[in-house]
Ligand binder design. Structure first.
Ligand code: PLP
Length: 389
């Protein structure tokens, strides 16, 4: 008799045979040069942040002890929410334990099965799963294609429409046509939601994200979600918008109600992150300098990159096997870069996902560039021998 676990065993076997099997790499202390972290500003190891956290654990304890509606809501959470709202220019903000949960909570609260989400084809998995969980209809338009988005909205016959998009796309690093999507929403009465996981802290004059960069307000983008585990260097997420949106989420978002609040120490740490994002604007400048330096160097070496002005830079390999070979070669050269395979990205666009940070040096970027340039050479056994040395 075969049961569910046996069936899973077969699926794992198939996955292995297709070259899709993924392995977790223990990252601490490998001595590798890191070009695959989302810690864009280099805050995760900031001494002030570490000190705030350590002090806060000593002061408030290790865990929050409950959900926000029971006993887990600490004044540190409350102050952080106020500061986040002010920072992104919204009336209010609500913390979630992760971006994945925040996206689900938003859609659960706003949508029912008669409504439709019109979303970019390359939206993050958490937005896609959120649509499934709230049972809304889902229309996906060609990546970044405003005409396709416009058609998709026009084709909706009944119910409300939520246009949902990543601000900065997590795998391609390009930026959504946000002003145009906002105009589309305004013209059609749809509501626009932006997931700014990769724009928060990085884009905009004070780091408030991709909406600040293009000057879109709360009335134009009523639902803003951003995560705190990337540029903010810690973990968690928040949704920002009107009083009604936030009160609605507090009452109805099941991923907020039925889950343990982040520790108060994390909230305290995030308040420090927020100050650092705002006050150490040189980190954003340095990050931009590094991005420009990397792209110029790649051009000189004829390393082809996807078109991106953000810290996320893609180098397309075109097959799962090739991208794995490339990332193995980089590991041998002491560089950690993540191979992104299908189905995370469409087949044929398998790529290296390179992420730049403010605390990378030019010398480190040079080392990366040299290794990337070597990948383009056809690999035969002699080449391999050279790389292995
Ligand atoms: C990382 C990410 C999320 C999920 O955020 P977590 O806090 O890691 O759960 C959501 N959306 C986008 C676009 C992301 O890149």
């Amino acid at each position: 008799m075969t049961g569910l676990v046996d069936r899973l065993d077969q699926r794992l076997e198939d996955y292995r045979n297709q070259g899709l099997y993924r392995q977790r790499v223990i990252s601490a202390g490998t001595g590798q040069l890191v070009f695959n972290s989302n810690d864009y500003l280099g805050l995760a190891n900031h001494p002030k942040l570490k000190k705030t956290l350590a002090d806060a654990v000593n002061r408030y304890g290790a865990g929050s002890g409950g959900s926000h509606l029971v006993c887990g809501h600490h004044h540190q959470h409350h102050s952080l929410e106020q500061e986040l709202a002010e920072f992104v220019g919204r009336d209010r903000a609500l913390l979630f334990s992760s971006g994945y949960m925040a996206n689900i909570g938003v859609m659960q609260t706003l949508l029912g099965r008669h409504d439709t989400v019109v979303g970019d084809r390359l939206n993050h998995a958490s937005l896609i799963d959120a649509v499934k969980i709230c049972s809304a209809n889902h229309r996906r338009y060609r990546h970044g294609d405003l005409a396709a988005a416009t058609r998709a909205v026009a084709e909706v016959e009944s119910g409300q429409v939520l246009i949902a998009t990543d601000g900065v796309f997590s795998m391609d690093g390009d930026i959504a046509p946000l002003p145009e999507l906002a105009a589309l929403a305004a013209q059609t009465g749809a509501t626009l939601m932006v997931d700014d996981a990769h724009g928060f802290g990085v884009l905009g004059d004070s780091g408030a994200g991709s909406l600040q960069a293009v000057g879109l307000t709360q009335s134009e983008v009523p639902v803003l979600m951003a995560t705190l585990g990337k540029a903010a260097g810690l973990q968690g997420a928040f949704v920002a918008g009107s009083e009604t949106l936030i009160e609605g989420l507090i009452q109805f978002a099941r991923t907020s109600i039925y889950t343990t609040a982040l520790p108060a120490s994390t909230a305290a740490g995030l308040r420090t992150s927020l100050h650092l994002i705002r006050d150490e604007s040189w980190r954003r400048d340095k990050l931009q300098t590094n991005i420009d330096y990397f792209r110029r160097g790649a051009e000189q070496l004829e390393v082809e990159l996807l078109n991106s002005s953000t810290p996320i830079q893609g180098m397309v390999a075109g097959s799962n096997q090739r991208v794995m070979t490339w990332s193995d070669q980089l590991v041998m050269a002491g560089i950690a870069v993540t191979a992104i395979r299908s189905p995370t990205v469409p087949a044929g666009s398998e790529r290296l996902r390179i992420t730049l940070q403010a605390d990378h040096s030019e010398q480190q970027i040079d080392q990366l560039l040299e290794s990337l340039a070597l990948l383009k050479c056809p690999i035969d056994s002699t080449d391999r021998a050279v790389i292995d040395e």
